[in-house]
Design a protein around this ligand. Structure first.
Ligand code: SF4
Length: 290
């Protein structure tokens, strides 16, 4: 049982297990709805709304066991936050775009909307699980309830729902939570955070390829930072806010992310790490990490 699942039965966070992809319960929505282009991440090009050539009739991937070997690294990185199975099993109640092609357009749009809601529920669940965020608990719970209510709507109403305003308001709330939690940490440890003039480290900072090896980044705001291929090996990122940070090919070997804020499986999957990388309990170590 993880820290979110203990909330089951309470009007609180969506259980983390519900926000994890369960491909066997999905009609291959990410493999069909999403486009990709031939690149280092994909061996071929595919238009949005068309099934990947490797998608089998039973909606399973025909090359699942060798995705990285044959050039589909992007598929091993993607995470739908459990939106695929919810759209397939709940919103559309087992009706598939393949059996009923007329459903396809709306079903794929609904999948996009659901993924955004589930991603939001992931962040809100993270915030709610932190005792330091107690002053915001009522607002977080309200935001979760609103997002859950939207996610439970029938497809036509889900597509018409104002998810943008919900996400904007929730983002403000998550920012406040993050500031509150990190400020408390700074007060407690009496330390300065934020890097130096030569290499500013902060929100949306351009840190592509930066050498941040063994750096103490506890409590740093790295929202939306570009950390592509950065060397974060051995870095301490506890209580660092990583929402939206681009960690593609960042080296997290031996890094401590055990208590960082708002980290997702998608970000972890896109980075490099090893057996010594410490992750939050709710996230899984990618099998391809050495
Ligand atoms: S290669 Fe497999 S996982 Fe990737 S899009 Fe195609 S069917 Fe889906």
């Amino acid at each position: 049982m993880n820290e979110w699942e203990k909330n089951e039965g309470e009007p609180a966070a969506t259980p983390a297990g519900r926000l994890r992809a369960s491909c066997e319960d999905c009609f291959g929505l990410c493999c069909t709805a999403l486009p990709f282009s031939a690149s280092a991440d994909f061996a071929a090009t595919k238009q949005a709304g068309t099934p990947c050539g490797h998608l089998r009739e039973d909606y399973r991937c025909g090359v699942h066991g060798k995705l990285r070997e044959i050039g589909y690294r992007g598929c091993t990185v993607y995470d739908c936050f459990g939106a695929g199975q919810r759209i397939s099993a709940e919103t559309y109640k087992g009706r598939s775009w393949r059996d009923e092609p007329g459903l396809a357009g709306d079903m794929f749009e609904a999948f996009h909307a659901m993924r955004l809601l589930h991603e939001l529920l992931w962040y809100l669940g993270d915030a709610l699980a932190r005792s330091e965020a107690a002053p915001f608990r009522a607002e977080i719970e309200q935001s979760i309830a609103t997002a859950e209510a939207m996610a439970s709507l029938p497809a036509e109403r889900l597509l018409a729902a104002d998810t943008a305003t919900l996400r904007m308001d929730a983002n403000k709330l998550l920012t406040q939570c993050s500031e509150h939690i990190r400020a408390a940490f700074v007060r407690k440890t009496r330390r300065a955070v934020g890097g130096n003039k030569r290499k500013p480290i902060g929100p949306r900072a351009d840190l592509m390829g930066a050498n941040l090896k063994n750096m103490d980044l506890r409590g740093v705001n790295l929202r939306g930072a570009y950390l592509i291929a950065a060397d974060l090996s051995g870095a301490d990122l506890r209580l660092a806010d990583l929402i939206g940070a681009d960690l593609r090919d960042a080296d997290l070997s031996g890094a401590n992310l055990s208590d960082c804020l708002f980290l997702t499986q998608f970000q972890v999957n896109s980075a490099k790490g090893d057996a010594k990388t410490l992750l939050p309990r709710r996230l899984e170590r990618p099998p391809y990490w050495s």
